[in-house]
Design a protein around this ligand. Sequence first.
Ligand code: NI
Length: 194
Amino acid sequence: MKRILVYGLLVVLALAVGVGARLLFLQDAPLPQPEVKIGGPFALTDHTGKAVTDADYRGKLMLVYFGYTYCPDVCPTGLSNIAHALDMLGADADKVVPLFISVDPERDTTEILAAYVAQFHPKIIGMTGTPEQVADAARAYRAYFSKTKVEGSADYLVDHSAIAYLMGPDGRFRMHFSHGASPEDMAAGIRKNL
Ligand code: NI
């Protein structure tokens, strides 16, 4: 009878210690945060024909935008906003690498990209690659793109997300600018992250 009581007490004690330790452990453990990872490694070709990776731009902010040169209006608006933001930054624009990554690598050759980005700003770098390289880069940034046929023509358009991603000098995501962001908004956001 007495032995059973002692055993019983030991079991209760062991359970209490176990639960206590578990509670302590849970309190020390970081709370799970819903995290969406944006950005990551990419390997592409810049508009001068040079093979580049994300690592080549470490130490500078990257402003990453996905689009294509045949885009009727979304990309021209986005790129002209980026160009105005760069002008507003003045000398600080040297700390930013604006990348225009083509989601239409079949048509966007390095030559076409070079001529296109130059229309907007001398600092903007056009990027293309194999369809796989482009798809990998878009996946890393969670950028959406999808070809759509133009009716009665062999032509196609590419629907795509129109977000500019600002990445830190360490290559990590800092913030994004949606399509409606003004050049003033972008310049202010970039300045905060310099
Ligand atoms: Ni576009």
